[in-house]
Design a protein around this ligand. Structure first.
Ligand SMILES: NC(=O)C1=CN([C@@H]2O[C@H](COP(=O)(O)OP(=O)(O)OC[C@H]3O[C@@H](n4cnc5c(N)ncnc54)[C@H](O)[C@@H]3O)[C@@H](O)[C@H]2O)[C@H](O)CC1
Ligand SMILES: [K+]
Length: 573
């Protein structure tokens, strides 16, 4: 986006100045919020600390992110701040003003100094105080500068140009920055993205990254701020758009707000809201079984508002299921003909939660998925269903390999097929190592969709959703969403089963608009329900009876929260 802007003839150094100027304004506001408000609350320690001049310690690298940092130092100094720049990766001559002027004079008239160099020159000409961060930092006077107590620490080491793990002096600088901000309880503000975090993937190499309280994100939200490690390092994100951008160019859409649900028609009956068939909850001979997976999924189907439900699970669990969900009808998972007849009647089939991974379970999976395809039913495939799909894909000799996967692909062109792996399951589906998937979740979800067709969720921090849009002309186009809500309390067993239930429950309700029952809506609803149980934000505060907290949150707590969120997002008549 930035390059397109420059190609239109806009000045790149002008943009850097604009960026730095706006960031300096935000830094002043953030200072006020953290310290001056605290002063009003009679925190004497903070009051004493801030009775003097505001102090900023600005850590700059050698690229344009560092350029932003030099200019921020310049603008803050102009605004009366006491500033110190910590220059990381600079040789002594890089900072020697006379030498730099000499170089600048030698530059051919047709050439220009890089933006970062120009920024540095402006700051040095204004006598901004700086210091080199040197390897190992044993020199006491050097240490003094680095440990200099500031109110605000600004990370301008690396931005979107980071392309490898920070090593040597950079690694030391990042850990010194984190140490000094934490020990001073000062505000750590990242320019564009916390240094060490990869903007396009959310990956942090070997846990070396700036731990920011606030990230001032320039031009457009970076995908990496919202998935994998992104949320653990970026703190709260403030957007500084700077230039007009087109969302059609973006890698993904960040979603935090659910589509509103229309109120139900008074004149309706259970058939109006669909019949979900849940297939799972098996008990392999000699094992304790996985009935809970189907039970949790079924409970969520009903909490999401489906009209009716049948659960095909092992006989051993029918009693437990009915105790927890008397609304359900039951059938034995192994009653092939009976289940196939029910598939005909179902509006949505969801399969795999606790289905089991042995050969018998695999045969059931193939047979039920084929029946659903023949009956033209929307399908949700989760957990052990994904395991079987991966096995079929990997096996060279399985007679159903090409058949089933090709059929599923074909089916997904006209019917909704939702597949919901976490990283481990996605790795198996792609026959890759889990860290390959984790290090580039965006590529992984696209590869899943390319291989198997259908709509996908890649679960985990910042769940990704890929929805295929069928185009009028032949073919389809994938749209990717990243879920900007949800919390780590949801990292517990059974949460995936709950999600598959939400997806099926929404799909079954044909009275809802398409956007209100698409896959990213389900992922959002599930995440918002998780937040309703742990967050005491304004949005949920009025229902504090729901609050549980992240530790100890269980999948079985979710249905009540799902109903709560559904009610909040439903249009009133
Ligand atoms: N006018 C503008 O150009 C604007 C730029 N903005 C800011 O610029 C950065 C992106 O700058 P860039 O120079 O492309 O990259 P970085 O500063 O992030 O990286 C610098 C440099 O470092 C090298 N490098 C990468 N990884 C490592 C590593 N692990 N160790 C050592 N060195 C590394 C890499 O080769 C780069 O050359 C953007 O984020 C904005 O902050 C603004 O958008 C305003 C306009
Ligand atoms: K940065």
């Amino acid at each position: 986006m930035e390059q397109a802007w420059f190609a239109e003839g806009h000045d790149s150094f002008g943009l850097m100045k604009q960026a730095a100027w706006q960031m300096a304004q935000h830094i002043e506001q953030l200072y006020e919020q953290k310290y001056l408000k605290a002063r009003a609350s009679a925190d004497h320690k903070v009051y004493r600390r801030n009775a003097c001049q505001q102090r900023a310690s600005i850590w700059v690298g050698k690229g344009n992110n560092g350029g932003d940092g030099w200019l921020i130092a310049y603008y803050l100094q102009q605004a009366g701040w006491e500033v110190k720049v910590i220059a990381v990766g600079y040789a002594a001559e890089d900072l020697d003003t006379d030498y730099q002027v000499e170089i600048a004079n030698k530059v051919d008239k047709h050439d220009v100094l890089s933006d970062a160099k120009q920024a540095q020159q402006i700051a040095l000409s204004a006598k901004v105080n700086y210091q080199r961060f040197e390897d190992s930092g044993t020199n006491q006077s050097e240490l003094k500068g680095i440990n200099w107590q500031a109110d605000i620490y600004i990370d301008a080491l690396f931005g979107i140009g980071l392309d490898r793990a920070p090593e040597g002096v950079y690694e030391q600088a990042i850990s010194a920055f984190n140490k000094v901000t934490q020990s001073n309880d000062a505000l750590a503000i990242a320019v564009d993205i916390p240094s060490g975090l990869v903007a396009s993937t959310g990956q942090v190499f070997e846990r070396i990254a700036i731990q920011a309280d606030v990230t001032l994100c320039l031009i457009a939200r970076k995908f990496g701020l919202h998935t994998k490690d992104g949320m653990d390092y970026s703190g709260s994100v403030i957007d500084i758009p700077l230039i007009p951008t087109q969302s059609s160019n973006s890698a993904a859409t960040l979603v935090t707000v659910a589509h509103a649900l229309n109120a139900r028609r008074q004149n309706s009956y259970k058939g109006s809201y669909g019949h979900v068939l849940v297939i799972g909850g098996n008990r392999i001979d000699g094992s304790q079984g996985m009935g809970g997976a189907a039970i949790l999924s079924a409970n969520s189907v009903m909490a999401t508002g489906a009209g009716k439900i049948t659960v095909a699970c092992h006989d051993a669990f029918h009693g437990a299921l009915l105790t927890s969900l008397p609304d359900a009808m039951t059938i034995d998972l192994h009653d092939k003909e009976g289940v196939k007849t029910l598939i005909k009647d179902a509006s949505v089939v969801t399969i795999g939660m606790g289905l089991g991974r042995d050969k018998k379970a695999q045969a059931l999976f193939i047979s039920y998925v084929q029946a659903a395809i023949t009956e033209k039913k929307p399908l949700v495939i989760d957990a052990d269903g994904l395991y079987h799909l991966a096995s079929l894909q990997m096996s060279r000799e399985h007679p159903h390999k090409h058949e089933l996967i090709a059929q599923l692909r074909q089916h997904s062109m006209d019917h909704q097929v939702c597949l919901t792996p976490h990283s481990g399951e996605a790795a198996r589906l792609l026959d890759k190592k889990i860290n390959i998937v984790e290090d580039d979740r965006l590529t992984a979800i696209k590869q899943c969709a390319n291989t198997y067709g259908g709509d996908w969720v890649l679960k985990g921090a910042g769940s990704l959703v890929l929805e295929q849009r069928i185009l009028e002309q032949k073919g389809s186009q994938a749209h990717i969403y990243v879920c900007g809500v949800g919390n780590a309390g949801m990292a517990t067993a059974g949460m995936g089963d709950v999600l598959s239930g939400v997806i099926a429950g929404l799909l079954a309700q044909k009275d809802l608009e398409d956007e209100a029952r698409c896959l990213h809506q389900s992922v959002l609803l599930h995440a918002l329900a998780g937040d309703a149980l742990v967050n005491d934000t304004d949005y949920y505060q009025h229902n504090s009876s729901l609050l549980i907290g992240q530790r100890g949150l269980q999948a079985q707590d979710m249905p009540v929260a799902i109903r709560h969120v559904m009610q909040l997002i439903t249009n009133k008549n």
